[in-house]
Design a protein around this ligand. Structure first.
Ligand SMILES: [Zn+2]
Length: 446
């Protein structure tokens, strides 16, 4: 796989806890000794169930057990074959099927589905940060133990990621992009007001060197990856989803600088030519990919580029968009590309392109992420392929497959459980009753 740059682990809490422990030493020997005693005792959890979807082997394991020590999986196998220490806490889930915690590769946790069109101008960065706290919890409770957040104003996603990692608020593990990079007047600019107001999107630049500066700027303020708008979009004013909005030179510069800094790049790209230019630039994931043609699919396969096609959105935008304040032109654009995107999804799946689970959560209500699974199966994937897109593949595309994406030794103890067989009924993933993050049960509604 090209551009595999090691990414540091998602969780920073261990380092922060170590810092706290150091401070305590100065506060007094007694307190320090007590803390050391607590941190030395490993938290061991044994999870058992009736079945486990093994996304690495592509099969179901009967009567599985997973041992989780201090948040990471140390053993997986059949019950009886996994030895647990006497003081291990057991989480028995009879009648349930375990899966790895799900991963959505395209969320906007600090956005609300009602913040559309001119309504969005009244929303502050503080409003967005607070919405992010609520939406992070909704997303985790829906079974998504990790997300890639691709676009947030004011670095609200960086603050949210840090608050989750330090244990301040509940939420999924996050990889974040910070503000979106894009061209003047493009999908990621602010296009609602006349020139008098002087509004410009935070990530707007118009040359390769301007884009290099923006990449360094998001890195400086805590982004894990770069999100760039390579073509027009549906919910933006005055542009066309099919039109390429950045030159090949600009896209090349973004990918080269981001990769040099150890960051992956996600490109918003609906249009045929913008998709190809992004693939040529070496961008890691193509978001939407609505108008991808056969040549684009072949290029993606050859280059190892991942496609994240948000095929649930179309239903939501057409049914709820007008009520949610989306611009009339946005609804018109969706009517033109929604069906084509689904048909091209089928083509890409048939051709064997590398697919990830990307939903654009925030366009539709957070927590409904799982509704895309049934669409992916309806439009050509097997249930196992759809589950892999949201687990194994997502982790690989983010460069975090040492941490998440499978119930496997060394990875975080992030699991979900459903009643019944998700390979027979993929819609079970729309209502997940049990969620475990880092070995801790965060939801149990069996
Ligand atoms: Zn998006």
């Amino acid at each position: 796989m090209p551009n595999r740059t090691p990414v540091p682990p998602t969780t920073f809490s261990r380092r922060r806890l170590a810092g706290v422990a150091r401070g305590a030493l100065m506060m007094g020997a007694l307190l320090a000794a007590a803390m050391a005693a607590t941190s030395a005792r490993a938290e061991t959890v044994l999870v058992t169930a009736d079945h486990l979807v093994d996304v690495l082997a592509g099969k179901v394991v009967e009567h599985p057990a997973a041992l989780i020590v201090d948040g990471r999986i140390t053993a997986v196998g059949a019950q009886g074959a996994v030895a647990a220490p006497a003081d291990a806490r057991t989480v028995a889930l009879p009648g349930l099927t375990l899966l790895p915690g799900l991963i959505d590769m395209h969320t906007h946790l600090t956005s609300q589905p009602t913040w559309n069109g001119y309504e969005s101008l009244g929303v502050s960065v503080a409003d967005k940060a607070i919405a992010g706290v609520a939406n992070a919890k909704l997303t985790l409770m829906a079974g998504f133990t990790a997300v890639r957040n691709v676009g947030a104003d004011g670095f609200t996603d960086v603050a949210l990621r840090n608050a989750i990692d330090s244990g301040l608020v509940p939420g999924p593990r996050m990889k974040v992009s910070g503000p979106l990079l894009g061209a003047t007047g493009g999908h990621c600019d602010e296009n609602l007001l006349p020139a008098d107001y002087g509004r410009v999107g935070e990530g707007v630049a118009d040359s390769p060197w301007g884009m290099v500066q923006k990449v360094r700027w998001v890195k400086k303020f805590g982004a894990d990856l770069v999100k760039v708008c390579a073509t027009g979009g549906v919910l933006s004013k005055g542009d066309s989803p099919g039109a390429q909005q950045l030159t090949q030179e600009e896209l090349d510069a973004i990918a080269k600088e981001a990769h040099a800094l150890g960051m992956k790049v996600a490109a918003h790209a609906h249009g045929t030519e913008g998709i190809k230019a992004s693939i040529r630039a070496g961008i890691d994931t193509i978001e939407h990919a609505s108008l991808i043609d056969d040549e684009g699919i072949e290029m993606a396969k050859k280059r190892g580029t991942w496609l994240g096609m948000d095929i649930y959105d179309d239903d939501y935008i057409l049914q709820e968009g007008a009520k949610a304040g989306m611009l009339p032109e946005s609804l018109e654009k969706e009517r033109k590309i929604g069906l084509l995107q689904r048909q091209n999804f089928t083509k890409a799946v048939k051709a064997g392109a590398k697919m990830i689970f990307s939903t654009d959560a925030g366009v539709y209500p957070h927590g409904d992420n799982g509704k895309q699974f049934a669409k992916m199966v309806q439009w050509g994937m097997t249930p196992m392929e759809a589950i892999r897109a949201a687990t194994r593949n997502a982790a690989e595309a983010m460069g975090t497959d040492h941490d998440i994406g499978a119930v496997a030794v060394g990875r975080y103890g992030d699991l979900v459980a459903v009643k019944g067989d998700p390979l027979a009924d993929i819609a079970l993933l729309e209502h997940i009753p049990v969620v475990i993050k880092g070995g801790e049960i965060v939801k149990d509604q069996r």
